[in-house]
Design a protein around this ligand. Structure first.
Ligand SMILES: C[S@@+](CC[C@H](N)C(=O)[O-])C[C@H]1O[C@@H](n2cnc3c(N)ncnc32)[C@H](O)[C@@H]1O
Length: 518
């Protein structure tokens, strides 16, 4: 079973695409629709790409692409006779796969042989040869790929996609023609809409990607400057940040991670790949199909297939679960937001002064989060919330509701005596179970939950707009990135409100238990 590792978005057609660095409030028009590259080499196609537009939210595929199902079958793949590509919900999810008849559970829907997926080539080159006289097309390509940090692996596979897009007789041309021409991911949002995401961890990621693309554009141009036409991986076309962004978004929104070669410890490396036709399936947490990889990656037979997990009724879309991801990942990589996403959460920095403020707001006198006692510091260190190796990122929301480390820290710091705390191990202090609803006593637990509720109030106050204002943006008919940004922040605020409501209910129950016990 594999999951998509990256994602897509698209929006309306537009004649310009922009990459924005919101932190510096700079709006950089990276290129006009089709840049003035020169087609100096016969075997290459122009690397056209289009920007996401701020005016509407619609996927943009080319108008008359080759028949993808026919191509997959011609290449030895299997496609169930009762599935077809559907464009009826085009404006919302883009294209998708749909059942034209009832399909029984367990049916094989699609199978792809080894040569159809698009993956990063295993070049195994000596990097010292990659520049200068000994450079070949592969070595130049490899040198570019080596410049991409591991965490931006989508860009690495994106380079391969751009290379194939530039090649006239590319084997993958029928697939590439079917890819959306635009993506609604935040790197293509106008500066104001990036700013309107209003949530620092996501803004940080968006800025990081934009900065990387702008820097990488320069590096690519430097590396390709003196490369001979025959060795140029992109047919002598200039590669701009916007085409790099297109490729990275195409991969991040459609790639799946499959098992690669087996390592000595028995595990497998995971290899991101683009899976033609399979990547036409849209996402649902309530999926009706799943990807199954049965063969070794080097097996020439069927590499990967999609199997019906449930009975699929006529006209139902065929949907995969892209993964239990937060809306940050869905938006950043795929360009959409899931309403009431059970995996969405907010990140906070564990900060003594902030917790003191929250605790005092909750009516707790003299909290000592900023100055924990030595025995409390010791436990905080065990929780990695104190000391040099501390990792201060904690979360609220999602399946855990309250980060176990945060919960344990609050319980310990609001505890009046060390002996009671020492009777408990860390795992019970971290746990939010109904069996042990208050490991350090009712009043300690009530103070802990009230502090978290106050923390939520502070977090909500950090958003520049109110929920009602965001909802008015949607009601006002905003579209494209403005709508997505509003949806995103509505969901983030809803996560916080959900945590507050849940904890308030728990406080009520604990208070009634407390009054019963008096
Ligand atoms: C793997 S592709 C699926 C095929 C795609 N719809 C197309 O037109 O080519 C993933 C993209 O489909 C769209 N998508 C998939 N599932 C979605 C969902 N549940 N809600 C909104 N958009 C979705 C997003 O644009 C996402 O980036």
């Amino acid at each position: 079973m594999v999951k998509p590792a990256v994602l897509v978005v698209n929006s309306s057609s537009s004649s310009s695409r922009m990459l924005i660095m919101s932190r510096a409030s700079r709006k950089l028009i990276i290129s006009s629709c089709i840049s003035a590259f020169s087609l100096t080499h016969f075997h290459y196609r122009p690397l056209t790409y289009y920007a996401s537009s701020s005016s509407s939210h619609s996927h943009s595929h080319s108008t008359n692409p080759p028949d993808l199902i026919r191509w997959v079958k011609k290449e030895g793949g299997f496609v169930h006779p009762d599935i077809k590509i559907n464009s009826n919900n085009y404006n919302y999810y883009g294209l998708g796969l749909i059942a034209s008849q009832d399909i029984p559970k367990g049916s094989h829907l699609i199978a792809l042989p080894n040569h159809i997926p698009l993956r990063f080539p295993n070049l195994n080159l000596n990097l010292n040869d990659a520049a200068g006289a000994g450079a070949t097309e592969d070595s130049v390509f490899n040198q570019l790929a080596q410049r991409v940090p591991e965490e931006l692996w989508a860009m690495r596979l994106g380079l391969k996609l751009l290379k194939e897009k530039a090649t006239v007789h590319s084997f993958w041309w029928p697939y590439i023609c079917n890819l959306p021409e635009t993506y609604d991911v935040p790197i293509f949002f106008p500066a104001d809409d990036i700013k309107n995401l209003q949530y620092a961890p996501l803004l940080h990621q968006v800025n990081k990607r934009c900065r990387f693309l702008l820097e990488f554009e320069k590096e690519v141009s430097r590396i390709l400057e003196n490369v001979k036409p025959d060795d140029h991986p992109f047919g002598c076309q200039s590669i701009e940040a916007s085409s790099l962004g297109w490729a990275m978004s195409a991969v991040s929104s459609r790639a799946f991670r499959l098992h690669g070669e087996r390592l000595p410890d028995g595990t497998h490396v995971s290899v991101p790949m683009m899976l033609p036709l399979i990547d036409m399936c849209n996402h649902s947490f309530d999926s009706n199909a799943q990807i199954v990889q049965e063969q070794d990656i080097n097996n020439p037979n069927m590499l990967v297939k999609v199997v019906a997990e449930t009975r699929i009724r006529q006209d139902d879309p065929i949907v995969l679960n892209y993964g239990c991801l937060s809306n940050d990942f869905f938006l950043l990589d795929y360009g959409f937001v899931i309403p009431s996403n059970p995996y969405d959460c907010i990140e906070l920095k564990y900060d003594g002064a902030l917790l003191d403020a929250a605790s005092m707001t909750a009516g707790i006198t003299s909290p000592n989060f900023s100055s924990p006692l030595p025995w409390q510091q010791q436990i905080l260190s065990q929780l990695s919330l104190h000391g040099e190796a501390a990792s201060l990122k904690v979360t609220l929301g999602g399946p855990e509701l309250v980060d176990g480390r945060l919960l344990a820290a609050l319980r310990v710091l609001l505890a009046s005596n060390m002996e009671t705390v020492k009777k408990h191990d860390l795992s019970s202090l971290r746990s939010f179970s109904t069996q042990a609803p208050a490991p350090l006593g009712l009043s300690n637990e009530i103070a802990v939950l009230r502090t978290i509720i106050a923390l939520c109030v502070i977090a909500l106050g950090h958003f520049p707009t109110k929920l009602m204002e965001d909802e008015a943006v949607l009601k006002g008919g905003a579209s494209g990135p403005t709508r997505l940004a509003a949806q995103y922040r509505i969901e983030k605020k809803s996560v916080i409100i959900g945590v507050m409501q849940n904890l308030s209910r728990k406080v009520k129950i604990l208070m009634s238990k407390e009054s019963e016990s008096v």
